[in-house]
Design a protein around this ligand. Structure first.
Ligand code: ZN
Length: 401
């Protein structure tokens, strides 16, 4: 991991608007935040407003276009945080790759301590044409394939994080010659030229024979930074667009299992519940505002004895209680050192879609929707075999403990 040491200025024309743009990078403890006209726009998927041939971030009327190559440099070098002050409509194109961003960031940064999470369960995404799969791995790897069937063009590249500076950062953005006219008609690409864009179908010096697919890896890394987390995993991507990459970053942040774990002993010290009323076996993910618990359901559960003797079905109220307990784990973590304990006070929007029976493994997902001084609201969802089984919105208040 790295941290910035001082300010870095980049300036030049924007790739799409062709207008002059200036960017000033400043050190920041954690996270990437753009600042435009004094307003902050966090580099997170929630603020993506356009993914047509670039990634645009927008908040309260302020927008910044073509953020992906600068974000790729920051995230590829594992820079912990940066404030990015922007003048003009977009980030300067420079040479169409992340090379210059990387060189200047390396000169103005130093090694730092930071946390990289490990993905623990596979995560799958399917877009219109794209497929993205993330597999648990102790390093950051990307295997990327592009295939433009109508153009008879396909490439594949395999990448590990240590190769970012030499093998990915210099790869420039690309376009097919026959697409240029309609890109310009769409009002984009005005700052493009034969120096900063590879035109497939034009004779040009390429930096690598597989420069286009390497650039897709560069884009993917930039777009993945919008998840807001540093994560080790093996990402396998087939024909991803910016929209697919951003959707995947959201999926990783909201559904990925990569946070801290709590074994049963830690659950005992966090939750007061005991047999027969402890309804989670293990917490496989716990982070700021989210937790995922697992419960293996067996025929020996006490409630199956009477619910129902000939037809064992897990009662709905027990399912709700399991969600409330996982929510309790997140709240207790958030309330650490505050002498407050959460008390379950309300429930809305309860849905049961399928029965839970002996042999099922419940994945209990909880996301905090609100967390105030005296109360919290959380969405709970139970999945069995990747199928949504039950969901509910729960409310808790905090009382002196
Ligand atoms: Zn790009």
């Amino acid at each position: 991991m790295r941290k910035l040491k001082g300010e870095i200025i980049f300036e030049g024309l924007g790739l799409h608007t062709g207008e002059f743009c200036k960017v000033k990078l400043k050190p920041r403890e954690r996270g990437y935040v753009f600042v435009k006209n004094g307003k902050e726009i966090p580099a997170r998927y929630e603020f993506v407003s356009d993914t047509n041939r670039n990634v645009t971030l927008e908040r309260d009327g302020e927008r910044v276009m073509t953020v992906e190559h600068l974000l790729s440099a920051l995230y590829g070098l594992r820079v912990l945080g940066a404030e990015i002050e922007v003048e003009g409509p977009e980030i300067p194109a420079l040479d169409g790759s992340s090379k210059i961003f990387v060189e200047r960031i390396l000169e103005n940064s130093e090694e730092a301590e930071g946390r990289v999470y490990n993905l623990k369960y596979p995560l799958e995404y399917e877009g219109k044409r794209a497929k993205i799969l993330a597999l648990p791995s102790s390093t950051f790897k990307v295997s990327y394939a592009i295939r433009f069937e109508d153009k008879g063009f396909s490439q594949f590249f395999e990448f590990s994080i240590g190769d970012y500076i030499d093998k990915i950062a210099p790869a420039r953005t690309f376009v097919f010659k026959e697409d240029i006219e309609w890109i310009l008609k769409g009002g984009l690409g005005k700052g493009g030229n034969l120096e900063n864009v590879l035109v497939i179908g034009e004779s040009q010096d390429w930096r690598f024979p597989d420069e286009p697919v390497r650039h897709k890896v560069l884009d993917f890394i930039g777009d993945l930074s919008l998840s807001g987390i540093f994560i080790n995993a093996h990402f396998i991507v087939l024909m991803g667009s910016h929209a697919d990459h951003v959707n995947f970053a959201k999926l990783l942040a909201e559904r990925g299992i990569w946070g801290d774990e709590m074994e049963i002993g830690e659950i005992f010290s966090s939750l007061p519940h005991r047999f027969p009323f402890l309804l989670v076996d293990k917490i496989v993910h716990i982070s700021e505002d989210r937790a995922v618990g697992i419960k293996n359901v067996t025929i020996n559960e006490w409630f199956f004895e009477g619910h129902f003797p000939e037809n064992p079905v897990m009662p709905g109220v027990i399912q709700i209680e399991s969600m409330a307990q996982v929510a309790g784990a997140v709240l207790i973590k958030r309330l650490e050192g505050k002498r407050l304990v959460p008390l379950f006070v309300g429930i809305e929007d309860v849905k049961f879609k399928r029965i839970i029976k002996p042999g099922d493994t419940m994945f209990i997902y909880v996301k905090l929707l609100r967390f105030g001084g005296r109360f919290a609201k959380a969405l709970g969802e139970i999945f069995v075999d990747k199928e949504l089984v039950a969901s509910a919105v729960m409310t808790a208040t905090f009382v002196e403990g």
